[in-house]
Write a protein of this length. Structure first.
Length: 256
């Protein structure tokens, strides 16, 4: 009797980076399973981070090319001058001259806004990648009871970042239509430009559907890697997001 050939050990099929990024949008469970079973891949966070930075720069340059957006920024600065006049820290004549200077320097203001906005967004994107990964690590360890390697948290954060990168491009489309930097895919879209401000604007802006989708994706990735339910992870992720939103609303209330 001949020996039967040995059965090869089961192996996990590796997935492509493009497939993992697309699946974050359409089949996130497959992406998180790949992150869980495959070895660490720096590309899982480096490439989405670069994509997010490019999307952000496109957003900044596109938004500052809209006359309505620039007008909105000039109007906000004009309101600041009015406040200084009301506080007697500036005379009405000085405020008028300042407005005239702003109108004269409008092209320069647009150029500075594009360059400073692009640089600031790039720096913020890198910082947020590491900060969110740290928060995911803390949620996994102290909230869900399972320590995750920080580099795995970087992968979760990076791949989930595909969602806000897409959101940037959709938001640019809405900004062009509405002519306001406050536009996003959320309830703020239904509010007239300048109709709300302060804490209410902070809350409505935070209800951007892309932000909520991103939180859901972070929850799914964290839950899959620690072996807990999505709801358990989501309670921490959405709770922290609500806390940050409340803090932003509080700061807006103090400044209004």
């Amino acid at each position: 009797m001949t020996d039967s050939p040995p059965v090869p050990a089961a192996t996990h099929a590796t997935t492509s980076l493009a497939g993992r990024m697309v699946n974050v949008l359409v089949a996130p469970g497959e992406t998180w399973e790949a992150v869980r079973t495959e070895g660490y891949r720096a590309s899982n966070w480096v490439v989405p981070l670069l994509m997010g930075m490019i999307a952000g720069i496109v957003f900044i340059w596109g938004a500052f090319s809209q006359p309505g957006v620039v007008d909105e920024i000039m109007q906000q600065q004009g309101k600041a001058f009015d406040k200084l006049v009301a506080e007697r820290r500036m005379t009405a004549d000085q405020a008028d001259k300042a407005r005239e200077q702003m109108d004269f320097m409008r092209p320069t203001i647009v150029a500075i806004g594009r360059l400073a906005g692009s640089a600031g967004l790039a720096v913020m994107a890198v910082g947020m990648q590491f900060l969110i990964a740290l928060l995911v690590s803390l949620i996994a360890r102290w909230g869900l009871g399972t320590a995750l390697p920080y580099r795995k948290c970087m992968e979760i954060t990076g791949l989930a970042g595909v969602i806000p990168a897409l959101g940037m491009l959709v938001t640019l489309f809405l900004v062009v239509i509405k002519g306001s930097m406050t536009a996003n895919l959320g309830p703020i879209l239904l509010v007239s430009n300048g109709a709300v401000g302060g804490p209410l604007q902070a809350v409505l802006s935070a209800l951007n559907l892309f932000n909520l989708w991103w939180c859901a994706a972070l929850s799914g990735g964290t839950a899959r890697l620690v072996g807990r339910s999505w709801g358990a992870a989501a309670a921490w992720v959405f709770g922290l997001y609500a806390l940050i939103t409340a803090g932003a609303a509080g700061i807006a209330a103090l400044n209004s």
